[in-house]
Design a protein around this ligand. Structure first.
Ligand code: NAP
Length: 277
């Protein structure tokens, strides 16, 4: 497959990220900073791979000596179906964001999104244990974060989605509540509201009643944008106690992938400072 930039050298261990589109990805910057700080001899490049070429191009990357890939939109579920084995958390999520080439040549799929969110919430001092949580959206990202959030024993998790059936299938099966995402969603009293739809990418936000945000609510957007996402602006306007966008999660999920590949947990503080908006 074709690199969309040109930092690779055949003498270094090769890693990268596959997605479509991919030009906007900050992952090369993040992994480049981790590699420099930990003195790892590796490259990390972006690969624009269309859905019809996913299996062919990713196989070619590993057959030519590549060591690991991150997987992003729209390939995470496809990657879960393609790998030779899944970690328990990737199987639970049904989605893979990290591919690892094993000693015997087989490919393992992992999912570091949930760990990334949990590390970022901890970094921000946002508690989950005993709290009431609302997640807007029931796509791949929600599948990745639901298990790790549940492990922290929140008082309640409600998943609200435009297609209520999808929320029911995901949340109901895991002992969480579910609801229809729309203007009639007006439940209140949530400590943490997580926005997990891609609407911010096109400048939008889901239609919900402002009563889901209260004065003690922390609003977290998995998406990110400069200087703020529409959801973050909206939550601020309605008096959220705190807000954060998903850049922090992006750094932390990358750190977890890096740790899996290289056996070293990078210090993320410098990278958070570097890419802060
Ligand atoms: P996805 O699988 O495509 O999920 C789409 C979800 O958004 C579905 O629940 C869908 O509802 C809902 N949706 C789509 N269009 C909508 C609309 N017009 N109105 C209401 N709901 C709508 O996407 P994903 O992989 O879960 O990613 C979600 C977001 O999280 C993206 O912005 C992604 O970039 C971000 N993300 C960030 C990180 C990070 O590290 N910060 C990691 C992973 C993902 P239906 O079921 O009704 O279609």
């Amino acid at each position: 497959m074709t690199r969309s930039d040109s930092t690779a050298s055949s003498t270094l261990d090769r890693y990268g990220v596959v997605g479509h589109p991919i030009a906007h990805s900050l992952s090369p910057l993040i992994h480049g900073a981790f590699a420099e700080a930990t003195r790892q001899r590796m490259t990390y490049d972006r690969y624009d791979v269309t859905p019809e070429n996913f299996e062919r191009d990713v196989s070619a990357f590993f057959e030519s000596g590549g060591r690991g890939l991150n997987v992003t939109v729209p390939h995470k579920e496809r990657a879960a179906a393609w790998v030779d084995e899944l970690t328990p958390r990737a199987r639970h999520a049904g989605a893979v964001n990290t591919l690892i080439k094993l000693e015997d040549g087989r490919i393992r799929g992992d999912n570091t999104d949930g760990a990334g969110l949990m590390s970022d919430l901890s970094r921000l001092g946002v508690a989950v244990t005993g709290r009431r949580l609302l997640i807007l959206g029931a796509g791949g990202a929600t599948r990745g974060i639901l298990g790790p959030l549940q492990e922290c024993s929140p008082a309640e998790i409600v998943v609200a989605n435009r297609t209520a059936e999808r929320a029911r299938a995901l949340a109901g099966g895991q002992g969480c509540g579910y609801d229809q995402l729309g203007p009639f969603l007006s439940r209140g009293g949530f400590d943490l509201v997580i926005h997990a739809t891609p609407l911010g990418l096109s400048g939008g936000l889901p239609e919900v009643d402002s009563r889901i945000i209260g004065t003690r609510t922390f609003a977290y957007d998995l998406g990110y944008g400069k200087p703020d996402t529409p959801f973050i602006r909206w939550a601020r306007e309605y008096g959220a106690a705190g807000v954060a966008q998903g850049l922090g999660m992006l750094v932390e999920q990358a750190a977890e992938s890096f740790r899996i590949w290289r056996g070293i947990a990078p210090d993320t503080r410098e990278v958070h400072r570097k890419i802060a908006v």
